[in-house]
Ligand binder design. Structure first.
Ligand SMILES: [Zn+2]
Length: 379
């Protein structure tokens, strides 16, 4: 049985949580599960610390009314649009409670924690941070049938970059240096993201930060720090390329979902006519740890000095596609590299989708030592 938590304490992907909460809203909805209609409920739960959306997947004999106070045991959490969401499944027990069991919502006082971008971790709340906005865009999304505007982009300080998402128009513009008080961190597509809303204090500050141009440069980060942080935006890693994995070189993708085919078969769509593609799925080790680095078609063509068509010809002549992977392995394994891109984390570890790569001719060990010295100086 999970520990009883306040709503503000919830993080995504908890397998079992218990709560005491009030139903702020509840709506029935019919969805299709394997072609069969199924009734679910969705809505909002509230307690004295905040509100969180919920979905109830097993609605037989379940009565949920707006304003009810309920005790929930064995619920689980997921991430949805960068926010935590509570799910009631078939193991979840829901029992009514008296209406005074949950105090009314009391915004604050929140204890603020001063943070730099490199400190942002999933689940962190009450974040106080000063950043420069590097990019911002407005999007319209539907939330429970209502149109809402969400503003998202990339922010940075001298320690790195992070994505942010905000559900209120604070009038933020590219280049602004802003102090945000009351943000919280959630995973979004495998990367920690700072979220804030109307409860946050947001304002332009005259604190000094490097220029947009300097902040747009990619920060060099140790792999062990990337693992500990749980992903990062636009990171640079220097290390040795230690493996070119199976599924590298000339591959075939499903035309429907772009998954890599095995024996002309997609895991989801069965036997299909594959589309040729090139990639490298490698392992880069910098001495502190290892990450999977994936190079797409253009980068792989650049490394090989051959086009996709030339690789297909080469595979036809050799009568095996493995010839391309072999050439890549010969060329890359044991080479020092610098790779740059977004790093995401999932249950298999951390992975970089490489945006740019340099094969280094330098003595990596010496560089690594210098980098370590730099880091020591900063501490
Ligand atoms: Zn497919």
């Amino acid at each position: 049985m999970g520990v009883q938590k306040k709503l503000a304490e919830l993080v995504p992907n908890e397998p079992s949580v218990s709560l005491l909460a009030r139903i702020v809203s509840v709506n029935p909805k019919e969805i299709q599960v394997n072609g069969t209609p199924k009734k679910i409920f969705y809505g909002i739960l509230g307690d004295e610390t905040g509100t969180v959306p919920f979905t109830a997947w097993e609605t037989e004999n379940l009565r949920l009314e707006k304003g009810d106070t309920i005790r929930v045991e064995n619920a689980y959490t997921k991430e949805f649009r960068g926010q935590v969401q509570i799910n009631f499944g078939n193991r979840t027990a829901i029992t009514p409670e008296s209406s005074d069991a949950v105090p009314p919502y009391q915004p604050g006082p929140v204890t603020l924690k001063e943070a730099k971008v490199k400190d942002l971790r999933e689940g962190l709340g009450g974040v106080s941070i000063t950043v420069r906005i590097l990019s911002i865009e407005e999007r319209e999304v539907m939330v429970e049938g209502d149109k809402k505007l969400v503003y998202s982009g990339v922010m940075a300080d001298e320690t790195g970059k992070a994505q942010f998402s905000v559900w209120k128009d604070f009038g933020l513009k590219e280049g602004d240096v802003v102090k945000i008080e009351g943000g919280y961190v959630r995973m979004w597509r495998g990367i920690p993201q700072l979220n804030f809303d109307e409860r946050a204090e947001v304002g332009i500050t005259d604190e000094e930060l490097p220029s947009v141009e300097d902040l747009k440069k990619s920060a060099r980060i140790w792999i062990e720090d990337l693992i500990e942080r749980g992903g990062a935006v636009d990171a640079t890693v220097r290390g040795i390329l230690v493996d070119v994995k199976e599924g590298s070189g000339l591959i075939h993708r499903c035309p429907e979902c772009r998954r890599v085919l095995r024996k002309n078969t997609c895991r989801i769509h069965g036997e299909v006519e594959g589309q040729s593609d090139l990639r490298v799925k490698s392992v880069v080790d910098d001495g502190s740890g290892a990450l999977t680095a994936v190079f797409g078609k253009e980068l792989t063509e650049g490394l090989l000095g051959k086009s996709l068509e030339e690789c297909e010809t080469m595979a036809r002549e050799a009568m095996t596609r493995e010839v391309v992977r072999d050439e890549l392995a010969d060329m890359l394994i044991a080479q020092p590299v610098e790779v740059r891109g977004n790093v995401t984390k999932d249950e298999f570890g951390i992975m970089m989708i490489v945006d740019s790569a340099d094969m280094l001719k330098i003595e990596v060990e010496k560089e690594a030592r210098e980098m370590l010295d730099d880091l020591e100086d900063l501490r």
